[in-house]
Design a protein around this ligand. Structure first.
Ligand SMILES: [Zn+2]
Length: 338
């Protein structure tokens, strides 16, 4: 006899209906700036969600924030939840369940497995962009594909890869910290991690303003935006706005940025030979015409392997969050193999 799935109703579900659900999971995306939490089912349909800035004052304050957000999206009742999947930025030790170091939040040695005791549910930890790659393979652009790469260009730069159908994980869960790949042998800019010449230091949301400052030396003319960059603190979004206004220097910065991104993507193409590279992250998704399309145009010039399609992720900003939900239902995909 076929088992009848439980029928439950929790007030506040976005679908606002009685849902027949085979399994539920809480997915969490801890990025460089925001934390996103959602209750979802095994098809990664989101039922209830909440986002807020990361409370990075200490590991303890982050754990408190996580617990309260988990309880919120579950409306206080975790009885039907199979587990909690956490996709986190930074260097991890997924065997121990520890965020070892997250440069953009400065969090160190936060053991998220501590939540298992508090909530009595299994907790899976994986890199946020690896989670996104998992989501792409299961429900996104890579559905049915065995080889794909996901790249997130947001506050930082990170990624995940599926090769021959397997999500690559690495010995401790840090298989593709591609944002810390060295793309400048002169190491002119310092990365948020303290290393020099890393990709993230040049074209991520946090890196672009410094890259613009560096490029003021090379640009021969004066423009209103160049003066601004020399005299005040700017943000990445100011560069895109100035380029859209037609400022020559801002356009030059984005051209140079596209070259750097295309070289880094070429490295990924030659490492993983993907059929498709899907691109997410706030900087790319808000400016696909100025970030994603120029990479696709330049890729054939830099890659040795046949260039793949380069597209914006159809899962948008939710790609890591959806992957975190899915990780609960396929934990073996996210574990290191001995
Ligand atoms: Zn770095």
């Amino acid at each position: 006899m076929v088992a009848i799935p439980p029928t439950i109703k929790i007030e506040g579900f976005l679908c606002n209906r009685t849902c027949e659900i085979m399994g539920l999971a809480v997915g969490i995306d801890i990025g460089g700036t925001w934390i996103r939490v959602a209750l979802g089912n095994s098809d990664a349909e989101i039922l209830r969600r909440k986002s807020m800035p990361v409370d990075a004052r200490s590991g303890a304050s982050l754990l408190r924030q996580l617990e309260s957000l988990i309880r919120f999206v579950c409306a206080g009742d975790l009885s039907l939840v199979d587990g909690i999947g956490i996709g986190a930025a930074g260097r991890l030790n997924v065997r121990e369940g520890t965020i070892v170091y997250s440069p953009n939040t400065s969090l160190r040695d936060v053991n998220v497995k501590a939540l298992e005791k508090r909530l009595r549910k299994p907790v899976t930890l994986l890199n946020d962009n690896v989670a996104a790659a998992l989501a792409e393979r299961s429900i996104g652009i890579g559905r049915g594909l065995d080889n794909l790469v996901y790249v997130g260009i947001g506050t930082g730069i990170g990624g995940g890869a599926v090769v021959d159908g397997r999500v690559l994980v690495g010995k401790e869960g840090n298989a593709h910290e591609m944002g810390h790949m060295i793309i400048d042998i002169e190491g002119r800019l310092e990365c948020s991690c303290g290393g020099r010449g890393h990709w993230e230091a040049y074209t991520s949301g946090s890196g672009l303003p410094n890259f613009a400052k560096l490029l003021t030396e090379r640009y021969g003319r004066n423009t209103p935006f160049l003066k601004e960059v020399r005299s005040q603190r700017i943000e990445a979004k100011d560069i895109f706005m100035a380029a859209r206004r037609g400022d020559g220097f801002a356009k030059f910065v984005l051209e140079e940025s596209a070259n750097v991104n295309a070289m880094a993507f070429a490295n990924l193409v030659d490492l993983y030979d993907p059929t498709v590279i899907s691109v997410g992250g706030g900087v790319a998704l808000k400016n696909p015409d100025l970030v994603i399309e120029p990479i696709a145009d330049r890729l054939p010039k830099f890659a040795f392997n046949a260039p793949p399609a380069v597209v914006a992720t159809p899962l948008r900003e939710d790609a890591p969050l959806l992957g975190a939900i899915l990780s609960v239902f396929e934990p073996s995909s996210c574990e290191p193999r001995d």
